[in-house]
Design a protein around this ligand. Structure first.
Ligand SMILES: [Zn+2]
Ligand SMILES: [Zn+2]
Length: 537
């Protein structure tokens, strides 16, 4: 049995368990194990036979037992039993039915069907309403769900901000190190992990189980455990032998594909030693997504950032005043802060009229006197209207020192229209930066159809930068898009879009996202001194 076949069987098992209301953490554990096995560079069947399967990330005792059964007998008895009842391709459909897993199985039984196709046929033949308990309303809902089935569904993970908080709490309590998706700063985190150097692993596992964040341990062995938080999110704890801490940290940090390309990993007490033994330069976690063995560039650092160029105040929908925001920015060691409140077309919240923009200028001038040499810039987050015009008259925009242009309403516009709309705005002489270019809300709203390649060309011609918005549910541009932008030669700005004093802390998320796009300080506008911001060449 090769790795792909083993992974397929585990995935089928996970899907069937999910359909019959199996423990969701077990389901996820099997999915993750399948992913790891698929990417593994060594034949997993051999590892299993020689009792070494647990060396693979995410393989606990429960999964190891199933693997042994699979490798030794060619099947998993419980899986065969589940398959007899429900065909695997009906499984994917279950999620769309909105009935709850048990009801979907009942439905399949009542209709005497086993596959997704049979269910679709039964539905279109009007047989659903013959099933006891399914009235015309439920039938309509099911038919609608079946019609929507072709649309891709976003995979649900935790937003990076929340995931960092959660994992950070466990790390602090156990004196461990964050690993998994959080350490790579993924925008949506599914694999949460903490690695501890543990001479006495039992004590660490026990302490983990008693943390207030952890409601229950769903898997547990001598050196690892999976705990579940109140929100129902699994976190994996790896209590490594101290002399293998680096090995386990590398293994639990990189994507399965990245780690697989480094295997076999040597035993080492810290990461640097692991890389040294592999004769490779240490690799920043943000770059451990795809297999990579080269010399990483000197990535942008949080300390390189000299100011924040996008934040809000009580003038629009922020919670702090101009002066309060500026003091907090100065406290962070910045040289400047651009106040970019909204304009009226934003709709949902208050936007500034031209008269208010000028009144705000007076308040900014007063605060600047108080805080000099720190500098507050007169900025705006100006809506791009559906026809591409900006939401403030030219004479007002011309007074400002930093203009962000933003699409808020109408994100669903077709690509060519959206691209033309944004291009028009960037062609004005005032816009310095395009905010949250792809308009996504992570796990809630997909990216808009803006043609980035075209926008890169326009941005280059007009000297406009693209934002890496640091709001945890935006992170837009994404790391991948940052990489595309930089390859095209476009400059980026790392901003927080802060609506409160605490919001300024999201610079770390923006910087990490830029790092995931291989950004160096030279490519980031707000690593430059104030003068370069005020007088761009
Ligand atoms: Zn905005
Ligand atoms: Zn904003």
């Amino acid at each position: 049995m090769d790795n792909a076949q083993i992974a397929d069987r585990l995935e089928a098992f996970a899907s069937l368990l999910e359909l019959v209301d199996g423990n969701p953490y077990t389901v996820r554990a099997y999915r993750r194990a399948a992913e790891t096995i698929r990417a593994a560079a060594v034949p997993v069947a051999e590892l299993v036979s020689s009792g070494r399967a647990r060396e693979l990330r995410g393989i606990g005792p429960g999964i190891e037992a199933r693997l042994r059964e699979l490798v030794e007998t060619g099947s998993i008895a419980e899986l065969t039993e589940l398959e007899r009842e429900v065909a695997p391709d009906l499984v994917g459909l279950g999620r769309y039915l909105g009935l709850g897993a048990k009801r979907s199985v009942e439905l399949a039984r009542a209709l005497g069907i086993r596959t997704a196709d049979e269910l679709r046929e039964a539905a279109s033949a009007g047989r659903l309403r013959a099933v006891p308990g399914i009235g015309p309303k439920t039938e309509a809902r099911l038919l609608e769900a079946l019609a929507r089935e072709a649309e891709p569904r976003p995979r649900q993970g935790l937003l990076l901000g929340r995931a960092r908080e959660l994992v950070g709490g466990v790390v602090a309590a156990l004196d461990g190190e964050a690993a998994g998706d959080v350490r790579r700063w993924r925008d949506s985190c599914e694999f949460l992990a903490v690695v501890c150097a543990a001479p006495d692993p039992r004590a660490v596992v026990a302490r983990f189980g008693e943390l207030p964040q952890i409601v229950a341990l769903v898997e547990q062995s001598e050196r690892d455990a999976v705990g579940v938080t109140v929100e129902g999110v699994p976190i994996e704890l790896i209590a490594a032998e101290p002399e293998r801490f680096g090995t386990e940290l590398v293994r639990a940090t990189g994507s399965p594909a990245y780690v697989a390309a480094l295997e076999p990993l040597p035993d080492a007490p810290d990461e640097e030693a692991v890389y040294r033994a592999l004769d490779l330069p240490w690799c920043p976690p943000e770059l451990r997504e795809q297999p990579f063995r080269g010399e990483p560039p000197a990535l942008l650092e949080l300390e390189d950032i000299r100011g924040d160029l996008h934040c809000h105040t009580t003038w629009s929908d922020g919670r702090a005043s101009v002066e309060e925001m500026a003091r907090a920015a100065r406290q962070r060691g910045y040289d400047y802060l651009a106040i970019c409140d909204h304009t009226p077309a934003v709709g949902a919240v208050r936007g500034l009229t031209p008269a208010e923009v000028r009144r705000q200028a007076e308040e900014i001038a007063v605060a600047n006197e108080l805080l000099a040499p720190f500098r507050i810039l007169r900025g705006i987050e100006c809506d791009i209207l559906p026809d591409g015009r900006l939401d403030l008259p030219d004479d007002v925009l011309a007074e400002l020192e930093w203009v962000q242009a933003s699409v808020h309403g109408g994100q669903r516009m077709p690509g060519p229209e959206m691209t033309k709309r944004v291009e028009e705005a960037l062609r004005t002489p005032y816009v310095r930066c395009l905010s949250h270019p792809k308009g996504r809300y992570i796990n809630r709203r997909p990216e808009n159809a803006l043609d980035l390649e075209r926008i890169f060309e326009v941005a280059l011609e007009e000297g406009v930068a693209l934002e890496v918005n640091g709001l945890p549910d935006r992170l837009d541009l994404s790391g991948e898009h940052v990489r595309d932008a930089l390859r095209a030669g476009v400059q980026i700005v790392c901003s927080t879009d802060a609506h409160s004093l605490r919001g300024l802390e999201n610079m770390a998320l923006s910087v990490a996202t830029a790092r995931r796009g291989w950004a160096t300080a030279a490519a980031v506008v707000n690593t430059r001194p104030l003068d370069a911001i005020l007088h761009p060449s």
